[in-house]
Design a binder for this molecule. Structure first.
Ligand SMILES: C[S@@+](CC[C@H](N)C(=O)[O-])C[C@H]1O[C@@H](n2cnc3c(N)ncnc32)[C@H](O)[C@@H]1O
Length: 389
């Protein structure tokens, strides 16, 4: 089946539910990505002593039904909700100056040092593992494809903005050997062994872009909460695209959706998403940017921007086995996301102490194991071509 079948039809919520049940993606993808995640890990700084909590890279991780049942997933019995709770142990450049490696530590997590404080998520090993897992999830959703824009296979230059651990850029460079790929990030967390047509730069995407040649394709993914001025970012991208070049943005909605109102408004998960968006707004970098990226791209002069909306379940509640597998990866990724996304924002902005934060996060993890909550996130992918004149 075409992976497009998972796209959301806003006018037909029932059909969307059915589409969720039917989605398929290429078999073998999980294995391939598992392998890529391992390769990337080999390249990371071996002297880093952070605890590795990877599930993507741990071949002992069991994603079978039995494993999920034994790890505290539950259907809530309304008469005795507490007795059903599982335990809470879900594992859970321009110039490379030295300051880039002088990391900062806070609440047990490691943060970037270049432009310190600009980005509220950590850059330590657990966070890198989470990014690798998210790359895997995008591939599962997109049927193994790295992008949706109809770019030519032999474009000359491509840019990945905020590349994280660089897996997307590595895959893109590998599969487009004629393309020179540049990938930038605030953190130096990319592998050193990469395809010869790829290079990484430590750079702030919110500073003036100094690339000397135009790109044919610019890729921006999962940058919610990273960018203070989206119109300016998109204007810079437009200025650095060749005529006819493509831009593509992909973002998860921060807000969980359900088709059956199964997430109570007094749930911990609901409080989490409200507080996260609140804190990010005060911080000045909007978290729930996904619903706005279509307009942002159009307003930057890309008149014919196309938007695709996909559904990704947040816990393994769907019945369809393939969708359930996607949901299992997403659920593990969510378990590993909630702390990095909230820790600095809740402590620095909301002034919560760590105990209060961890108490909420414990309850959010419980909600993520509650299979009565049919939560999914809408994933927006917008792509557009720069006009020729
Ligand atoms: C959630 S990760 C997404 C990584 C990657 N795009 C992906 O899809 O896997 C966001 C990344 O953006 C980087 N970032 C945040 N603000 C940035 C900025 N102003 N300039 C460059 N990179 C930035 C972070 O360091 C982090 O690696």
């Amino acid at each position: 089946m075409d992976s497009q079948s998972m796209q959301v039809d806003e006018n037909n919520p029932e059909g969307n539910h059915a589409a969720l049940q039917q989605v398929e993606y290429q078999s073998g993808t999980a294995h391939d990505l598992h392998h890529q995640a391992e390769s990337a890990q080999h390249d990371r700084d071996a002297s880093n002593n952070d605890e590795i909590r990877s599930v993507a890279q741990d071949s002992s991780v069991d994603l079978t039904e039995t494993a999920f049942q034994s790890e505290g997933y539950f259907y809530q019995d309304d008469d005795d909700a507490d007795s059903a709770l599982g335990d809470d142990r879900a594992s859970s450049t321009r110039s490379l100056s030295e300051s880039i490696f002088n990391y900062e530590y806070e609440n047990g997590r490691r943060y970037h040092a270049f432009r310190a404080g600009a980005y509220p998520l950590p850059n330590d090993e657990p966070e890198q593992d989470r990014m690798d897992m998210q790359h895997h999830i995008y591939l599962l959703m997109f049927g193994g494809e790295l992008y949706r824009a109809p770019i030519a296979h032999n474009i000359q230059r491509a840019l990945d903005v905020g590349c994280g651990t660089g897996l997307w850029a590595v895959d893109f460079a590998d599969t487009h050997p004629d393309t020179r790929v540049t990938a930038t990030d605030l953190s130096s967390i990319q592998p050193t062994w990469v395809p010869p047509n790829l290079h990484f730069e430590i750079d702030d995407a919110e500073s003036e872009w100094e690339f000397s040649e135009p790109f044919d394709y610019i890729h921006i993914r999962s940058m919610a909460g990273s960018i203070g001025d989206w119109p300016q970012l998109l204007q810079r991208a437009s200025n650095h695209l060749a005529p006819g070049g493509w831009i593509e943005l992909t973002e998860f909605e921060t807000w969980a959706s359900t088709d059956d109102n199964s997430l109570p408004s007094d749930s911990a998960y609901h409080e989490f998403q409200v507080r996260l968006c609140e804190a990010a707004a005060v911080f000045g970098k909007e978290m729930n940017i996904a619903p706005h990226i279509h307009d942002l791209v159009r307003n930057a002069g890309f008149a014919d921007a196309k938007e695709e909306v996909w559904k990704c379940p947040l816990s393994p509640w769907p019945q369809d086995p393939r969708l359930k597998e996607l949901a299992r990866y997403m659920n593990l990724q969510m378990m590993e996301s909630i702390e990095p996304y909230s820790l600095a924002l809740f402590s620095r902005v909301l002034k919560w102490d760590n105990h209060r934060i961890q108490t909420l996060l414990g309850n959010v993890r419980r909600d993520l194991r509650n299979l009565n909550y049919h939560m999914y996130s809408k994933v927006h992918c917008v792509y557009a071509q720069k006009p020729y004149e």
